[in-house]
Ligand binder design. Structure first.
Ligand code: ZN
Length: 430
């Protein structure tokens, strides 16, 4: 095990201020709640906190089509009625509404994941966290499932500049379809998604038999599950699959999407994981000791999302967190118990032992077809795609972040190569 991991954490308070609409289940405010809970446990003293750069349109177009990026940049709530055809073409409107500051929201969460990947690439940290990221449904030319820009794909593309093979793991209750699709034909990324499948559950893809095609055949793994899966069943299967995958594939870096809608009691989910069960998966991946990029994802019971990602920040930092939630700006959301952990619920597990066994066997069989790691050799590593110019705007981080992180939060790409000169704030934890 590494003696002490160096953790970079990305947050911009502006990301929590956008509003999808009154009846929309996606509440970006959960990101503010998470951040304040992280601060209340004083976890900011154990990691480096950065405000991410806002991803440039040209960076988003590394995956997305230029016309789609341009449209996202241009459309506003006031003008959307004038672009009815484009709204349909880009799947905007219902699940993916156009709201005030939509594009900036995308730039921030994508910028966080891209910055996280770049810091990992330059070995400035061992683990990078961006809870605002993880929007795994977005497609090259369209929005999907509350996701507009696929930051995970952009982060993986960045990691591929330095790593021959990248492993993507997704524990959101929904299938990680956008990421799988982006890398379906390549063996340089293995995608592994654990999700609810069947009963017309969104997005409807992620069957066990979907394993990738052409060069990518057997480099996509789907673990389709039924309602009510509990900690024991989930973790046992997760451990078996991930250990076998890592042994077989030998990735150079891992991206872990920690969607919290797989928790018990989620407004949209149907699994029965406790926070401990969810976090156990994060711990297992951390203990693989590979460069690790961790993102958020779904999660629609927002006080539980904040709890979950705070606990997982603690897991990544090897920090023990007392169960009683400390005073913080959003303490009222955690009433009446004010406890950090949530247990499983009284839900029937529809995943029988034999069903889970059959999944395990099939995954093993598919992995056997790979036998050993692919012969992808590292070629000349291209430079990071874009080094932005100095921008005054980014020197004015929002007040709340500023109070806690002072001047450490601004990290520019052009500093990545100058060595790390802000070690003074890293506390040695016991
Ligand atoms: Zn989800």
């Amino acid at each position: 095990m590494r003696s002490k991991d160096k953790i970079a954490y990305f947050y911009d308070g502006d990301v929590g201020n956008v509003y999808f609409g009154p009846s929309h289940p996606m509440k970006p405010h959960r990101l503010c709640m998470t951040h304040h809970l992280v601060l209340s446990y004083e976890l900011h003293n154990k990691m480096e906190i950065y405000r991410p750069h806002k991803a440039y349109p040209v960076e988003l177009a590394q995956f997305h089509s230029a016309d789609y990026v341009e449209f996202l940049n241009r459309i506003t709530p006031d003008t959307q009625a004038l672009f009815a055809n484009e709204m349909v073409k880009y799947n905007l409107g219902e699940d993916c509404p156009v709201f005030e500051n939509l594009f900036e929201f995308c730039q921030i969460y994508a910028g966080g994941t891209i910055d996280a990947a770049r810091r990992l690439n330059n070995q400035l940290c061992d683990i990078a966290i961006n809870w605002a990221g993880g929007l795994h449904h977005a497609k090259k030319c369209e929005a999907s499932g509350f996701c507009y820009v696929n930051d995970l794909v952009l982060g993986i593309l960045e990691l591929l500049k330095h790593h021959a093979r990248v492993l993507y793991i997704d524990i959101d209750v929904h299938h990680g379809d956008g990421v799988e699709e982006a890398f379906y034909f390549t063996d340089r990324v293995m995608t592994v998604s654990f999700h609810k499948y069947g009963d017309m559950f969104f997005p409807g893809t992620g069957d066990l038999k979907d394993v990738g095609e052409r060069e990518g055949k057997f480099y996509a793994i789907n673990v389709p599950l039924k309602d009510g899966i509990d900690d024991n069943s989930f973790y046992r299967l997760f451990k078996m699959v991930i250990m076998k995958v890592v042994e077989t594939y030998q990735p150079g870096a891992i991206v872990l999407q920690c969607g919290a809608d797989s928790l018990a009691g989620d407004r949209l989910g149907c699994f029965n994981l406790s926070i401990d069960g969810h976090a156990a998966c994060v711990r297992l991946v951390k203990n693989l000791n590979l460069p690790l990029l961790v993102t958020g994802g779904g999660g629609y019971t927002k006080e539980n999302v904040a709890r979950c990602w705070t606990v997982e920040t603690g897991v990544l930092l090897d920090a023990e967190l007392p169960d009683e939630i400390p005073e913080n700006e959003y303490i009222k959301y955690f009433a009446p118990g004010y406890s950090l952990k949530i247990p499983s619920g009284p839900m029937e597990n529809l995943n029988s032992r034999s069903y889970l066994n059959s999944i395990r066997q099939q995954v093993h069989e598919n992995l056997r077809s790979i036998q050993h790691s692919p012969s992808v050799q590292l070629q000349e590593v291209p430079p990071d795609f874009y080094i932005p110019d100095f921008d005054e705007d980014e020197l004015n981080p929002d007040e709340r972040v500023d109070r806690h992180t002072k001047d450490k939060q601004i990290q520019r790409d052009d500093e990545y190569y100058a060595g790390d000169n802000d070690n003074d704030h890293i506390m040695d934890d016991a």
